[in-house]
Design a binder for this molecule. Structure first.
Ligand code: BDR
Ligand code: CA
Length: 330
């Protein structure tokens, strides 16, 4: 019997999306049925190439990649290539994959797969355009979804592309608003900046990766994150980089890694609050809860999981070294 969890990863690779893909692909409990690509960090065609690069790295080109929406629902597309590089992978010059190609019609793939595979989990790591389009075309397509985990938004933490907005919701605010307004049968699990900001790939963690068994993976991570490190230093005087997306996978694998609360959430679409996730934590609106908002994360547990899975860090050694890795963020 196949006891693996079926998952679809909708993403915009993207440096941190690629790290999330690596974590999912190196986790035996998960069966990645397909990877769907949305325009976000980079245009979708570039994101699809990056997903293929990750799949090639871990020898999983058997997993299909589907290209989805090129543009947000209503607003003009603005990429985050200033943060992720022109190639979406930190201008790392990693060669194109020629032995496999992405397919078209990500939205159809999402709808059809969710119908045919009840209990699939959907992880959305980019703007919610593909998900919104799937729900517009077939409002029941999430009827049998197991879990829906979204990297996006923030509750009390400030934004990362405006004072109040997180990039994925800011990039396509209308898609985010639509998805949150759908009264889905399961709560949206919002892995927002409140928790992802605490997951920092520091130079110390990267240095440790160099000493693990998975040298190819270390080199890939080192190549794609240098640009991201430089961006964080230039803009925030942070040594290292925040890696948002892998926390969604870690949380799926181990729900004790993060905790939060349920509330009703709406997304603002325009003006100075464009993309803001407004959490009605005092129940002013008296509307049903549509979201589980994560507020606390166990960084040690995250890094333990990531380093053992992705870099094949050895358990005993890692237990000794983890306090050193995290001491600057304590
Ligand atoms: C989110 O936006 C992107 O830049 C990252 O890939 C992540 O999904 C963080 O705001
Ligand atoms: Ca992303």
């Amino acid at each position: 019997m196949n006891t693996k969890k079926n998952i679809i990863i909708d993403c915009d690779p993207g440096i941190d999306d690629s790290l999330a893909l690596l974590l999912a692909l190196q986790s035996e409990e998960l069966n990645v049925i397909g990877i769907t690509i949305v325009s976000g960090n980079a245009p979708a065609s570039i994101g699809a190439q990056n997903a293929l690069k990750v799949l090639e790295l871990v020898d999983r080109l058997d997993i299909p990649v589907y290209i989805g929406a090129e543009e947000p629902l209503e607003v003009p597309f603005v990429s985050a290539q200033d943060t992720h590089g022109e190639d979406g992978l930190g201008d790392s010059q990693i060669p194109f994959v020629t032995s496999s190609q992405a397919k078209a019609n990500a939205v159809s793939f999402i709808k059809d797969t969710l119908k045919q595979n009840p209990e699939t989990t959907v992880l959305a790591l980019g703007p919610l355009t593909n998900i919104a389009l799937a729900l517009k075309e077939d409002p029941d397509c999430f009827a049998k979804v197991s879990r829906f985990i979204v990297m996006g938004g923030s509750y009390l933490s400030h934004g990362n592309c405006s004072p109040v907005a997180e990039f994925n919701f800011w990039c396509d605010p209308d898609a985010a608003k639509f998805v949150f307004s759908q009264n889905l049968p399961i709560p949206i699990e919002m892995v927002g900046l409140d928790v992802t900001r605490k997951i920092v790939l520091t130079p110390t963690v990267l240095e440790y990766m160099k000493h693990t068994q998975n040298k190819n993976i270390y080199r890939f991570i080192q190549q794609i994150t240098q640009f991201y490190f430089d961006f964080h230093w230039a803009h925030e005087k942070v040594l290292g980089c925040v890696i948002n997306d892998p926390l969604t996978i870690a949380y799926l694998l181990d729900s004790t890694i993060a905790q939060g609360f349920d509330s009703h959430v709406e997304i603002a679409t325009s003006g100075i609050s464009r993309g803001q996730s407004i959490v009605d934590d005092h129940d002013f609106w008296q509307l049903p809860n549509n979201c589980h908002i994560l507020t606390n994360v166990d960084q040690t547990a995250f890094w333990h999981l990531f380093l053992t899975r992705v870099l094949k860090a050895e358990e005993n050694e890692l237990s000794q070294v983890l306090p050193q890795l995290l001491e600057v963020r304590a």
